[in-house]
Write a protein that binds this ligand. Structure first.
Ligand code: UN1
Length: 492
């Protein structure tokens, strides 16, 4: 089969890049299989996309929000009709198991439906004036062209978390997906265009980090939303700060499950396996630390956990029987292995995994390393792979301290049947997400499900849920004076 060459999408038209250069994308489970060639876009492409997005903004911002919602409802319907096909492609692109890929496409649908509903509820505030015959109203208004820079691990869901709130509030966008996962984003944008979005509202440019830098530095892009590493986040934040423009960051994590000795063992075992090894540990929410209360029970539990981890089926995610797919690239697999080797050299005890697995793809065995101390590299740095560091502690108080002892603050969990300790933990854990008796992964996108982190995981913005509207709107306060004579507010 000949390799397909893809184009950017600008103003609802397929446009090859002006650079004439392309990159290839391969299936991480079968690296000899190419998914196609994608343009390496440059400043000229960005200029064209920007022009289209700016013009479209003038139309879209004046379209009533419930009308905008119709496009999202339609996009949800189209996506739903293609769910299996999109999931299969997502699996080829990322290697994630097909059940997870189906779940991710469902998340796109749910995100569109949730924000379409918000189209009838973009509420403001009304206030009380100190004067007679005067009213005060604060409304939300769109900001302009948004730039989205997204990661490869959730190549459909994460862009949808940005696209849906931006569009429903009247903004237009340019999306630059990771070059490790360009195809799902392409299909997402095509479906939005096919759902009746006016030309130029949704634009897609493929490219590498240089294109991301151009987007962050472009003054006419008024909001930048990035899902990526803390390192890139710092650069993007600095660029945006220089222009005093909005920036939403969703960055790394060093998430932990605290397991107290009264935990429901069955739930805990399943939760740790799923949290640590789901998506091959490549979620910003993955459980990368298990903070285990030391007891006679904890030893047995670790033995059971390692046994179960060893039995997980690792292989091509397209095969329904496989539970863990490959990691995204050869380079990433080397990085992961480096972390494991250094942890063992530093005194960690390898309970299972710690090796490459046979097969053409970038498979890495689910790995558990115990005897990790809170100050060791494996306890502090994000690995982004199927590696779990076990840190044993004596009691609840130390467990909380260790859990909070990280630069990141995305997702922390506690397993206990003691309601007082569970509630104390939910109050004292320093993270944007806290789970009680569930692992650190699995955030939803509706209503109150604000997604985002504390500390170096972000800069305070939230995605998924009604608070996401804050990123894409600015407030305007309107005073209306219907008195016939001049009045003044109290000035002394
Ligand atoms: C991410 O890895 O960037 O909560 C997002 C979860 C997923 C989202 C992960 N729904 O695990």
């Amino acid at each position: 089969m000949s390799e397909k060459t893809y184009s950017n999408i600008i103003n609802n038209v397929l446009k090859p890049s002006s650079s004439g250069q392309y990159f290839q994308k391969f299936n991480p489970a079968k690296p000899s299989e190419s998914l196609g060639k994608f343009p390496q876009s440059n400043a000229q492409d960005l200029e064209q996309a920007l022009e289209a997005a700016k013009q479209a903004f003038e139309i879209w911002k004046n379209t009533p929000a419930p009308k905008r919602a119709e496009v999202l409802y339609k996009a949800a319907e189209i996506t739903s009709g293609q769910k299996e096909e999109l999931a299969q492609i997502l699996t080829k692109e990322t290697g994630k198991p097909i059940v997870e890929a189906r779940g991710e496409i469902q998340e796109v649908i749910d995100t569109y439906l949730f924000f379409a509903g918000e189209g009838r509820r973009i509420y403001g505030l009304t206030g009380q004036s100190e004067l007679h015959n005067k009213s005060i109203t604060t409304i939300r208004q769109p900001i302009g062209v948004c730039g989205f820079i997204t990661a490869w691990n959730f190549p459909a869901a994460v862009p949808s978390w940005k696209i849906a709130p931006a569009l429903i509030t009247g903004n237009t966008f340019i999306l630059k997906p990771s070059s490790e996962a360009p195809l799902s984003a392409y299909l997402l944008v095509q479906n939005l265009c096919g759902a009746g979005l006016p030309n130029g509202c949704a634009n897609l440019l493929f490219g590498n980090g240089e294109l991301g830098t151009l987007i962050a530095n472009e003054p006419e892009i008024k909001v930048v939303s990035l899902t990526g590493s803390t390192e890139v986040g710092r650069k993007v934040y600095t660029a945006c700060a220089g222009q005093l423009k909005k920036c939403a960051l969703e960055l790394g994590g060093k998430n932990a499950i605290i397991a107290l000795d009264d935990a429901n063992e069955e739930l805990l075992l399943e939760g740790v396996l799923w949290g640590a090894f789901g998506t091959a540990g490549q979620r910003c929410t993955s459980t990368s630390r298990l903070i285990l209360q030391k007891s006679a029970w904890s030893k047995q539990f670790l033995a059971k956990l390692s046994h179960a981890a060893n039995k997980l089926k690792v292989g091509d995610g397209a095969d329904e029987k496989n539970q863990i797919g490959p990691v995204i690239s050869a380079k990433q697999r080397e990085n992961i292995h480096g972390f494991v080797q250094r942890a063992v050299l530093a005194g960690g005890e390898l309970l299972c995994g710690g090796k490459f697995l046979d097969g053409e793809g970038y498979f890495y065995a689910p790995t558990i390393i115990s005897q990790i101390k809170p100050e060791m590299e494996l306890a502090c740095q994000e690995v982004f792979g199927p590696v779990l560091a076990v840190i044993e502690v004596d009691n609840f108080e130390t467990a909380l301290k260790v859990a909070n002892n990280t630069d990141y603050g995305l997702s922390l969990a506690i397993y206990t049947q003691n309601i007082n300790l569970a509630l104390k933990a939910s109050n004292q854990l320093e993270s944007g997400l806290v789970y009680i008796n569930a692992p650190t992964i699995g955030a939803e996108c509706g209503g109150a499900s604000a997604f985002g982190g504390w500390k170096h995981t972000g800069n305070g913005s939230r995605e998924g849920g009604v608070l996401a509207l804050d990123t894409y709107t600015q407030y305007k306060t309107i005073y209306i004076d219907y008195s016939e004579k001049l009045q003044r507010a109290q000035i002394d």
